[in-house]
Every structure is written in structure tokens, then in C-alpha cells.
Design a protein around this ligand. Structure first.
Ligand SMILES: *[C@@H]1O[C@H](CO)[C@@H](O)[C@H](O)[C@H]1NC(C)=O
Ligand SMILES: *[C@@H]1O[C@H](CO)[C@@H](O)[C@H](O)[C@H]1NC(C)=O
Ligand SMILES: *[C@@H]1O[C@H](CO)[C@@H](O)[C@H](O)[C@H]1NC(C)=O
Ligand SMILES: *[C@@H]1O[C@H](CO)[C@@H](O)[C@H](O)[C@H]1NC(C)=O
Ligand SMILES: *[C@@H]1O[C@H](CO)[C@@H](O)[C@H](O)[C@H]1NC(C)=O
Length: 704
């Protein structure tokens, strides 16, 4: 009974004592840190999430964080304390981890004279073992300093007045689950729990990973007399961290401290701030690498896209829905580009009336001529393409076969058969090429006459050539004349302004009525007449470098005839190898065709017959009206205004009102065409008409 009472008394007595002692106890817990309770210096900062960062990412830094108010230890009782903190040492990527965190108990907080690196921000070279220096620290050291007798770069040590630990051990803990000591990588960046307990004279230090509980056995256990060490009972507790050439970010996540082990408050692990991962924290190099690789990727893509776009643009064509039906008539620009080696100057054949001509080698040894015609508007393009395609259907052995076309923006490409012997004008006027014999010339003239007759009369629709001249006559392998560029003038019309469309052609070959009446089959006949004279005389229709009387070919030929020496006008290069009657025939026919009165010119059918010797030339002389009077059409190149300089010519009555329409099938000149000059009675001409046609048709059928 008495013992029971005594026990109760004892319990209440000790309770009172504990109450009284607990009132003097100091204990606090930080599950995250706030500014108000700590004094920071050096590189120490508080992060917004309550994380205490002691060191920055630069070298040779130190940072301190101490409780503002000193802990007043009871002088009546033996000094004791207990602390539990969670820290993380995150090595800076690319650096070795260093130098570590220390838990410090110190009579002062001025560490301005302390040194970073291995002195951990609390010691310096001269405090090294100085008896006047009083400081206690527990270090988590991640650098091995051999001069401090350290054996390991991952150790925990107890320091008293001296950076050389009185006791140290590689960081490890006794794992209850594994029933063995497990080493801890202090530099892993993971949170580490540290316990420091001091009671009596025994100091225990334990470390463990965050997920583990306090080890039953401490890592370090050392007998130390802290009462002797510190004279003062007012002591500051806190942390220090330092970097050297090795850098770690040193973080404190939470801290609980008490002057008595029993009243140590538990850290709420779940409330601890998160440690930023070094990757996130130091994302710059990664960001840089990513940005760089993305940049490089973008550049590569851009280059590829540019290349692709360039290729696409290089070979870009224009194609509209209405062209679908002409798909078989189209060449791809790419194929033409490759065939002409990119329109290389080696492949340049010449400059035609409307564009440059290149030789193109298509697969399967197909050689073609590609004409590039620049074209501004898309206006009239539909009609023109239709015409081009319809021209493909024109088949005559004296026409350069058109194979197809290709259309690009502002450019039209016409593909025709390649003529190996070039154009006739080269053979006529170029001294480099061998002289064409008379028989060859006659074959060419007859061929072109036949082709023109075909275009005017035999083709499904009337096709006007509009630009007959030696340079538009090509020579095939057998030196047959082949009319090229047919229909081109028509195209030119579409591209140019309406005011000038009426008079298209080449000066010297243009019939005078072109300006007023526009093109018609008879203007083609006129140009063909000039062409015949050109071939027979071996010179251009207008030459200014010669005597005045020879300047205008038509006039000069007529003058020669008047002097009864028509053959004087012939090409001197023909030598003696010619048939005088034939030369005279061609010249006279040329004069007949160039009659300034359109109605007096023969139709192409009649020309063909005459050339074949199947129709005699009509009776006419150099003095017949309209013969041999050259009225040059003067084209003012700047304005493309056309005028003519005839003084004694009067416009023909009518009849070719629809002359500018190449589609015209009913040709008004049919009833007017005559081999007689216009002054003769119309009765005769109309009676002759049908009969002559009969003969002509017959002879053409025979010849083909
Ligand atoms: C921090 O300081 C504030 C204000 O001085 C005080 O209320 C609070 O209890 C302190 N916290 C700790 C953990 O000491
Ligand atoms: C080292 O630290 C002590 C105490 O803070 C100071 O008195 C001393 O001057 C320091 N020495 C050097 C070299 O900084
Ligand atoms: C674990 O470490 C402690 C302290 O270093 C030591 O005393 C103990 O013998 C070790 N135990 C085992 C199983 O290694
Ligand atoms: C400790 O962890 C750091 C960071 O993950 C690593 O670089 C280092 O090699 C580790 N040390 C050991 C001894 O495993
Ligand atoms: C220190 O650890 C030993 C066991 O190694 C234990 O007996 C003692 O009570 C501990 N002291 C403190 C203050 O935790």
C-alpha cells in the first residue's frame, strides 16, 4: 500500500520535474523553412517552396543558415540535444559533387572569416586545431581531403574545433529490412535523413534515406564533453555548406531540434518541399542541346523544303482544268528541262520570231526542237492551246510537225520535230553553209507552196501562217523545205495589244493592206511571193547596203525584167547550174504574188500549179498595175505603230473584211482570186475559177 502511494508520489514528482524542465526546453520543427526564424548569409537562400538552399551553382561559395535566437541551454542540467534533419546534396551536372553540409553548434554566427571548400564554410586554415576556437559540427562530406586524413568522399564525420574529424565513417545505415549495413550515396541528390543525439557525454549520429526509419544502431557514436567545449550556454544552431571546384546544390528540406531527446518533434515527411531535379534546375545545357538539335532539324527541314520547293518551282507548270483534254499533247516541263540540259546555251538553235529555240534530246533517241515563247497574259491562252493542239492534227510533209506543248507561268513551250539542217535563211545568206543548188531551191519553193496551200485550203480550218520567210522555213535531213512556226503569229496576237494585232509579220514580207485589212490568205500569198524572190535572188527583201535601185528586191526584180534581163536578179552563187525558165518562172510568180492589189494575187493553189508547170502564168508584164511596186510597211518598233509609205496605192474595195479570222472557212477571196490583174473584167475571172480549181486539185492528188 505504502509502496503504491510512494510510486504515485514518485510519478507525480518526476512529472513535475519534467514539467519544469520542459518549460526550459527549446524545441522547434520546420517542415519547410520561412524567412522569419532564420538568419541567412553567403550563398544561402530560401526558395519559394520553403526549401532552404545553402549553396548556389558557383564555385568557392559558402552559405549559412542559423536560428536567429540562440538556444539557451540549462546550466543546471547536463547539456543535451537532439536533432533530426533532412537534406539533399545535388551535384551540379558536369561537376564533381562538393563539398558538403555541416550541422553546426557555435557560440557565434559570424562566419565571414571562415573558408569554403574543405573548411566547409565554418573553419579556416588558422582555426585548424586552435585552442581558442570553439565549434562543434557534424559533416556530410562528399570530397575526400587526404590532408584531413579522410579516407572517403562519401563520409559522415564529427568535428570538434577542427575540420579534421574526431570520428568519421562512410555514409551507411543499418537497414532493419535487410538486416545489414547499407551504404548511402550522399551525392545521389536524394533526400537523406540525419539524426544527431547528444545525451550525457555520448554523441550519436545516424543517417538514412528518406524512406527508412531511424536506424537502431547509430553510424557514429562518440563520447564528447560539449560542456567543456562551450563556455557559453547560449549557442546558435544551424547549417553551413560550401563549394570548391566541385559543386553541389545543398538543400535543407526540414529540421526538427530539441534540447531534449524526448520532446523532439517529428518531421512530417509528407510536408517537406520537393528538391528540384538537377535536370530541371540546370536545364540550360539540355535546353541548349534540344534547342540546337531542334534548330539544326529546322534548318535541315528548311533546306530540304527549300530544295523541294526550288525543284517544284523549277519544274512548275501551269495547268488548268480545261487543259485536261490536251493531256496527251502536253510535255512535262521537267522532261523538256532535262532534254535541253536546262536550256543550256550548247543546245541553243536560234532565235525565232517569238522565242528562243533549243534542241532537246528526249529518251529513246528522240530529238526535238523546243521553242520557249514568253507570254504575259493568260488571256486567249485557252484558244491558243486549242489551236496549238489542233495544229498537231495538221499533217503535211512540208510542215514541221508540232508534237505538243507545255505551259508555265508567263511561258509557253512548243515542242516540234527537230530539223537537222536548220533554217533556210542560213543556207541562203550564210557563207559558211554550202550553196543550195537551183534544183534544191525549186524543191523547197514547191514544198512550201504546197504546205501553204494545205494550210489555206486543205486543212479542216483555214490556217494563216502570217510570217512566211526564209528563216521560218526549216530543212529536214533530205533538204526538203518545211514550214515552221505556223499559227505563231496568231498566238502573238493574243499576247499583244489589240491595236497592233492586225499587222503582224516581218518587214519586207508584209502586204501593204495588212494595216488596214489585217491578215488573210492573200497576205500569206504576198509573203510567199517575197519568199520566192528571196530564194531565187539569194538576198533579203530589203537591203540598205546596196545601190539605191537594188534596195527593194521586188522593185529591182521588176526593173531587171523591164530591162529584159530578169536573170540578172538571180542569186549569183547559183553559177551556171540552173534552168533559166524555172528561175524566171519563180521570179515572175514572185512578182505576181507581191502585187500590191490583194485581189490580183493568185491563190496558193494556183501558185502550186504554176510551180509544177501545170498552169501557165497569166499574161502580165512588169508594167502591169500593181506589179513590182514595193510599198514597204514601216514598223515603228517603239510604238509598234504601223504605217505604210505608198503614195499611189488605193485601198482595195472590200472583200477581206473578216480577214483577221483564221477560223474562217468561207474565204471571201475565193470568188475574187484570179490570175488576172484586177483591172480586167470580173466575168472572165469567175469563169476561170472553177476550172482552174479542178485542175489544181487533180494535180495535187497526183503529186502526193
Ligand atoms: C518562427 O517565427 C515565428 C515568428 O517569430 C514564430 O511564430 C514561429 O513559431 C517560429 N517558428 C519556429 C519553427 O520556430
Ligand atoms: C579564422 O577564423 C577565426 C575565427 O573566426 C578568425 O579569428 C581568424 O582570423 C581566421 N583566420 C583567417 C586566416 O581568416
Ligand atoms: C554496421 O555498421 C556499424 C557502424 O559502423 C558497425 O558497428 C556494425 O558492425 C556494422 N554491422 C554490420 C552487419 O556490418
Ligand atoms: C552517387 O550518386 C551520384 C549522382 O547520381 C553519382 O554521380 C555517383 O557516381 C554516385 N556515387 C556512387 C559511389 O555510387
Ligand atoms: C547512442 O547509441 C547507443 C548504442 O550505440 C545507445 O546505447 C545510446 O543510448 C545512444 N545515445 C543517445 C543519446 O541516443
Amino acid at each position: 500500500m505504502s509502496t503504491g502511494l510512494l510510486l504515485i508520489w514518485l510519478i507525480s514528482f518526476f512529472h513535475l520535474i519534467s514539467m519544469s524542465t520542459s518549460s526550459k526546453e527549446t524545441s522547434f520543427v520546420f517542415n519547410s523553412f520561412g524567412q522569419e526564424n532564420l538568419s541567412l548569409d553567403g550563398s544561402a537562400t530560401l526558395l519559394p517552396n520553403g526549401l532552404l538552399q545553402l549553396s548556389k551553382d558557383s564555385q568557392h561559395q559558402m552559405g549559412h543558415a542559423f536560428i536567429k535566437k540562440p538556444i539557451v541551454f540549462s546550466s543546471s542540467k547536463p547539456l543535451s540535444f537532439s536533432t533530426h534533419f533532412v537534406c539533399a546534396l545535388v551535384p551540379k551536372p558536369g561537376f564533381e559533387s562538393g563539398h558538403g553540409i555541416t550541422f553546426v553548434i557555435s557560440p557565434y554566427v559570424d562566419f565571414t572569416r571562415a573558408q569554403p571548400t574543405r573548411y566547409m564554410g565554418v573553419f579556416n586554415a588558422s582555426t585548424h586545431g586552435s585552442p581558442s576556437f570553439h565549434l562543434f559540427a557534424v559533416e556530410l562530406d562528399t570530397v575526400r581531403n587526404t590532408d584531413f586524413l579522410e579516407t572517403n568522399n562519401n563520409h559522415v564525420g564529427i568535428d570538434v574545433n577542427n575540420p579534421i574529424s574526431v570520428e568519421s565513417a562512410p555514409a551507411s545505415y543499418f537497414s532493419k529490412t535487410e538486416q545489414k549495413n547499407v551504404s548511402i550515396n550522399l551525392s545521389s541528390g536524394k533526400p537523406i535523413q540525419v539524426w544527431v543525439d547528444y545525451q550525457g557525454t555520448l554523441l550519436n549520429v545516424s543517417v538514412a534515406p528518406l524512406e527508412a526509419e531511424k536506424p537502431s544502431l547509430p553510424l557514429l557514436s562518440r563520447s564528447i564533453n560539449l560542456l567543456e567545449l562551450f563556455q557559453s550556454k547560449r549557442l546558435f544552431v544551424g547549417f553551413s555548406a560550401a563549394t570548391g571546384t566541385a559543386i553541389s546544390y545543398h538543400y535543407l528540406l526540414g529540421w526538427s531540434f530539441s534540447t531534449s531527446m524526448e520532446s523532439l518533434k517529428l518531421l512530417d515527411i509528407s510536408k517537406l518541399p520537393l528538391v528540384p531535379s538537377p535536370r530541371l534546375k540546370h536545364k540550360t545545357p539540355y535546353v541548349l542541346i534540344i534547342a540546337l538539335s531542334v534548330g539544326v532539324g529546322i534548318i535541315v527541314i528548311a533546306v530540304l523544303a527549300g530544295f523541294y520547293y526550288h525543284r517544284k518551282k523549277k519544274y512548275a507548270e501551269v495547268s488548268e482544268p480545261w487543259e485536261k483534254r490536251y493531256v496527251t499533247d502536253r510535255f512535262s516541263y521537267k522532261s523538256l528541262y532535262i532534254a535541253t540540259k536546262g536550256f543550256h546555251k550548247d543546245r541553243f538553235l536560234g532565235r525565232g520570231g517569238f522565242g528562243e529555240v533549243y534542241r532537246g534530246d528526249l529518251p529513246q533517241n528522240r530529238t526535238v526542237a523546243v521553242k520557249r515563247v514568253s507570254h504575259d497574259g493568260e488571256e486567249g491562252m485557252k484558244q491558243f492551246v486549242a489551236e496549238v493542239v489542233s495544229m498537231k492534227s495538221l499533217k503535211h510533209r512540208n510542215l514541221v510537225p508540232l508534237l505538243g506543248y507545255c505551259r508555265r507561268k508567263g511561258e509557253l513551250l512548243l515542242v516540234s520535230e527537230y530539223m537537222p539542217n536548220g533554217s533556210l535563211d542560213q543556207h541562203l545568206f550564210d557563207d559558211q553553209t554550202p550553196v543550195l543548188s537551183w534544183s534544191q531551191r525549186l524543191v523547197i519553193v514547191r514544198g512550201i507552196a504546197s504546205a501553204l496551200f494545205y494550210l489555206h485550203r486543205e486543212a479542216e480550218q483555214v490556217v494563216l501562217h502570217r510570217d512566211i520567210k526564209a528563216s521560218n522555213v526549216m530543212l529536214d535531213a533530205e533538204l526538203n523545205g518545211r514550214l515552221g512556226d505556223f499559227g505563231m503569229a496568231r498566238f502573238h496576237d493574243h499576247g499583244s495589244n489589240a491595236a497592233t494585232t492586225a499587222a503582224v509579220g516581218t518587214v519586207g514580207y508584209m502586204a501593204p493592206e495588212l494595216i488596214t485589212m489585217g491578215a488573210s490568205t492573200v497576205t500569206d500569198v504576198y509573203a510567199f511571193g517575197v519568199f520566192m524572190l528571196e530564194v531565187a535572188c539569194g538576198r533579203k527583201p530589203v537591203e540598205f547596203e546596196v545601190q539605191v535601185e537594188k534596195r527593194f528586191l521586188i522593185k529591182w526584180v521588176c526593173e531587171c525584167w523591164k530591162k529584159d534581163s530578169l536573170l540578172d536578179a538571180k542569186d549569183p552563187r547559183l553559177g551556171e547550174e540552173f534552168v533559166p525558165e524555172e528561175v524566171e518562172l519563180v521570179m515572175k510568180l514572185g512578182l505576181l504574188c507581191t502585187n500590191i492589189v490583194p485581189e490580183s494575187r493568185p491563190a496558193m493553189g494556183q501558185v502550186v500549179l504554176c510551180l509544177a508547170g501545170n498552169l501557165p502564168l497569166p499574161d502580165f508584164s512588169p508594167y502591169t498595175i500593181g506589179i513590182g511596186s514595193f510599198t514597204p510597211v514601216v514598223v515603228d518598233a517603239a510604238s509598234l505603230n504601223v504605217s505604210f509609205t505608198s503614195r499611189n496605192w488605193s485601198a482595195p474595195s472590200a472583200s477581206s473584211s473578216s480577214a483577221n479570222n483564221s477560223k474562217e472557212v468561207e474565204h471571201p477571196l475565193e470568188s475574187k482570186n484570179s490570175l488576172n490583174v484586177v483591172s480586167e473584167p470580173e466575168v472572165i475571172e469567175s469563169s476561170l475559177q472553177d476550172k482552174q480549181w479542178q485542175i489544181m486539185k487533180f494535180s495535187l492528188e497526183q503529186s502526193s
